[in-house]
Design a protein around this ligand. Structure first.
Ligand code: ZN
Length: 75
């Protein structure tokens, strides 16, 4: 699916392709470079929030850890 996320700061739409119906993570607005935290449930965007640089970095690290964890689970 393609999710469309509207930046709360500049109102520009970002498109994001998702493999699953549910997603939570971060996104960088392509236009104003705002850091956004988002949540998608059942293909509906339920949350879009601007976050600080620190939160953004933290979230990216968490995502990496999650991916690592999922990978090792499947092995
Ligand atoms: Zn923006």
């Amino acid at each position: 699916m393609i999710a469309v996320i509207t930046c709360p700061l500049c109102n520009v739409d970002s498109k994001m392709s998702l493999l699953e119906d549910n997603f939570s993570g971060v996104l960088l607005c392509w236009k104003c470079k705002a850091k956004l935290s988002l949540e998608i449930k059942d293909r509906q965007v339920t949350k879009v929030e601007t976050i600080s640089d620190e939160e953004f970095t933290e979230q990216l690290e968490l995502d990496k850890l999650k991916k690592k964890f999922q990978k090792s689970e499947n092995e």
